[in-house]
Design a protein around this ligand. Structure first.
Ligand code: DGJ
Length: 755
């Protein structure tokens, strides 16, 4: 059992394979956080908790003579508002008499095996080995109770946290903040890493030293957002990709969120993660309860690569739908950047022919196939085929792709509506809109009220109608604006603060129902690219379109940032044409392919417009991807370069679970004359095994007049330990953004070491 309780010392011990987490109940029933970090077994770490008398940090009434015992300075397991803890709170309530004070003390606990699902929310799936700790806290005056829930995935070094808040009083209570977790990490000088961005430039890695005060990242856009991913890392000042302590906190939620990090007067760091309290107010009638989303926590003493491996594994194995875990993802062709809205049935069939000839396994028909949708100003909501464009309907396309041996996928954007649509003319009351104001428009569209069950039912009917009309094996589920005017016409005035969370629950319900009724249809998440790239969506959609930006050089930044928390198999990544449509930059086709191959691979162009050389190159790229796709999707991913190297080049590596093979990719981003050679220290290989380079894909540019560089690596045998300790110096690469992909093959395969 990964969880135990020492009755005498009143300490909870949680252990995973390599980590420990400890909580202590003090003599006043306060729940104190003693430790999270490397495995210490049953060593009681509560000696770390010091009672120091600090001015202006008050005491519990009953312990007034013990001035060091202050809710303001002790490490708490779930910070409350109003009872003398002045740091960021995890929970805030308003009682019927207007009181905002909450004082939570230990009431009971339960230790068990096998986790429970969280009502209406995504969660980390049980794999039959999960142990559970539930600690019930109670406010003795109001009767409000909070159950802190810890699910322990022992062999995966993952602990999840969530909270159930119960109104045990006879009156109604307003919940104005309900975070999933808080934790006080003692005496640490830490850096914060978070992943910020914007549309078409998501999840840029930013690292900053924590200063005193509160640092908040989050979103109040109704979506987890392009702007701040719901994932943060706290690490030692000196931690890097391979060394040092780091802690990850990933919220499994797709709506408004906040990650608040406070360095307090004592030098302790508080992390609070959960639904954002901005605009949030949830009414709890007597006996009612509220469940928060789950936070996935991980600790690694082996730097960021170590932390990423923990997240990659839990997401792949316990978050994404199990039925897609080992299913090979087809190489797809998507027509968006090839045609935008301007296509006919003939165009789509020809694109399918050309893509099938190159070896693509699936055709995805993007935006523009339905309603009056010839641009982005109209048609959303009218989910029936535009017969002017596609006289044979979806069936004609699906039948055609079927004959070509390809599957067929389709774009939809269910949660949105155009004012210029039949649906809006029929149901103007179905949108989120303040009754007395004009709504904020974005991309000329409004947002449907997903908190209204009638809307969710209607959308279920539309989507199932589409899926029943033809052989469709994939949906790209888009979401192209942020929420504003969050007001529901079917909700009581005093409950409008619930709408943004209920919106997310409505979307989850729809995804759940579609997944249950059409289990073989794979849903790829999308929100104008990666505006909802989070573990909540990954619970329903095993892959998410990473960004609307397909520029290979920008993608290095976006995919690297994404890789800290999310595995390669979740990242939708396509080759588009050059010059790139988002940046105007020109890059070689091989570079675009090498970058896109570290994701769920596809093409986003009009294959009819390629010349014969390009067609041949693409045919070879697809063949290479087919050869390595198992390694790419299931291998262990390492970022090989840091800030210094990345002034010139970015490199990464994917190693098979049994270390029998590895794929190394490098892209030169800044070309210098008489260049320093790219130098890489490889990771994760079998030190005692010998490897040969048995596959090279690279830019072919040669300097005029220069002696030809020999590929001296070919046919040479390298020991794993040589490549990891001594490294590999690559031959110079020349030209515009050149790239190289090397495949290493171990001559003797070892047993699986992923576990
Ligand atoms: C935004 C998506 O990210 C694009 O790939 C494309 O599907 C457009 N929407 C279509 O409107």
């Amino acid at each position: 059992m990964a969880v135990s309780f020492d009755d005498e010392r009143r300490v909870f011990f949680i252990s995973t394979q390599n980590t420990s987490y400890q909580i202590r109940i003090n003599e006043y029933g306060m729940l104190l956080h003693s430790y999270y970090g490397a495995l210490v077994g049953k060593a009681d770490m509560s000696y770390l908790i010091k009672e120091v008398d600090r001015g202006f940090s008050g005491n519990l009434y009953e312990s007034a003579d013990r001035r060091g015992l202050s809710p303001d300075t002790l490490p708490l397991e779930y910070g409350t508002y109003g009872s003398g803890d002045y740091r960021v709170s995890a929970i805030k309530t308003v009682l019927e008499n207007g009181s905002r004070t909450l004082d939570l003390r230990y009431a009971s606990h339960r230790i068990g095996h096998g986790r429970q699902a969280i009502r209406n929310l995504p969660y980390v799936r049980d794999d039959g080995r999960t142990d559970v700790l539930e600690i019930e806290l109670e406010d003795r005056i109001s009767g409000i109770r909070v159950i802190l829930i810890y699910n322990v995935f022992e062999d995966k070094d993952i602990i999840t946290r969530s909270a159930r808040i119960i109104n045990g009083s006879e009156n109604s209570v307003s919940l104005i903040k309900a975070a999933s977790m808080s934790m006080d990490i003692q005496n640490r000088h830490m850096d914060l890493i978070h992943f910020h961005g914007r549309h078409a430039m998501e999840r840029i890695t930013e690292r900053s030293a924590l200063g005193h005060g509160v640092y908040t990242v989050g979103s109040k856009r109704g979506q987890s957002s392009h702007h701040n991913n719901p994932f943060v890392i706290l690490c030692d000042r000196h931690a890097d990709e391979n060394f040092g302590d780091c802690f990850g906190f990933m919220l499994m939620y797709s709506g408004n969120h906040a990650e608040e990090i406070e360095l307090d007067q004592t030098g302790s760091v508080r992390v609070v993660s959960g639904i954002s309290s901005e605009g949030f107010e949830w009414k709890l009638g007597a006996g009612e309860s509220f469940d928060t989303p789950e936070v996935i926590m991980a600790y690694s003493g082996e730097g960021f690569n170590g932390l990423s491996h923990l997240y990659h594994r839990i997401i792949r194995e316990n978050v994404c739908p199990a039925r897609f875990r080992d299913k090979k993802r087809p190489v797809l062709i998507n027509n968006w950047e090839g045609t935008y809205f301007d296509f006919t049935e003939k165009d789509i069939l020809e694109i399918a022919d050309a893509a099938a000839d190159a070896g693509c396994g699936m055709l995805v028909l993007d935006d523009g196939w339905f309603g009056i949708r010839n641009n982005d100003k109209s048609g959303l909501g009218d989910w029936f085929v535009n017969k002017d464009k596609l006289p044979g309907g979806l069936k004609a396309i699906a039948d055609h792709t079927g004959k070509l041996g390809m599957s067929f996928g389709l774009w939809i954007e269910p949660e949105m509506i155009s004012e210029d649509s039949m649906l809006y003319r029929e149901h103007p009351e179905w949108v989120l809109k303040d009754p007395d104001r004009d709504p904020v428009v974005a991309r000329d569209q409004l947002v449907l009220n997903m908190s209204d069950h009638e809307v969710v039912d209607y959308l279920y009917g539309c989507i199932s109608g589409i899926l029943d009309s033809a052989e469709i094996s994939y949906i790209k589920w888009d979401f192209n604006r942020s929420l504003a005017n969050v007001y529901s016409s079917v909700t009581r005035a005093d409950m409008q603060g619930e709408v943004s969370h209920s919106f997310v629950l409505g979307t989850y319900e729809l995804l759940e129902r579609i997944g249950a009724a059409y289990p073989d249809v794979m849903i790829e998440g999308c929100a104008g690219g990666g505006g909802r790239f989070d573990a909540g969506m990954l619970f329903y959609c095993p892959q998410i379109w990473c960004s609307d930006n397909t520029d290979a050089i920008n993608r290095l930044i976006i995919q690297k940032g994404t890789s800290y928390g999310y595995p390669v198999c979740t990242m939708g990544s396509h080759v588009s044409i050059s010059p790139n449509h988002q940046t105007g930059r020109e890059t070689p086709l091989v570079t675009r392919a090498i970058v896109a191959m570290s994701g769920t691979f596809g093409y986003e162009l009009d294959p009819r417009k390629l010349d014969d050389n390009e067609k041949n190159e693409i045919r070879q790229q697809i063949a290479i991807y087919e050869r390595y796709c198992d390694l790419i999707c299931n291998g262990r991913y390492y970022r090989l370069t840091g800030d210094e190297d990345e002034k010139c080049y970015t490199a990464w590596e994917i190693v098979a679970g049994d270390r029998s093979e590895a794929l190394i990719s490098i892209v030169v981003t800044d070309m210098k004359g008489n260049q320093e050679l790219p130098f890489l220290k490889l990771k994760g290989l079998d030190p005692e095994a010998s490897y040969v380079i048995d596959g090279v894909m690279s830019s072919a540019y040669e300097l005029p007049g220069a002696a030809k560089d020999e590929t001296e690596h070919a046919d040479r045998v390298y020991m794993g330990k040589a490549l990891m300790h001594g490294g590999l110096t690559l031959d110079p690469l020349y030209g515009q953004y050149p790239a190289m992909q090397l495949h290493l093959k171990n001559t003797v395969a070892k047993n699986d070491v992923m576990d």
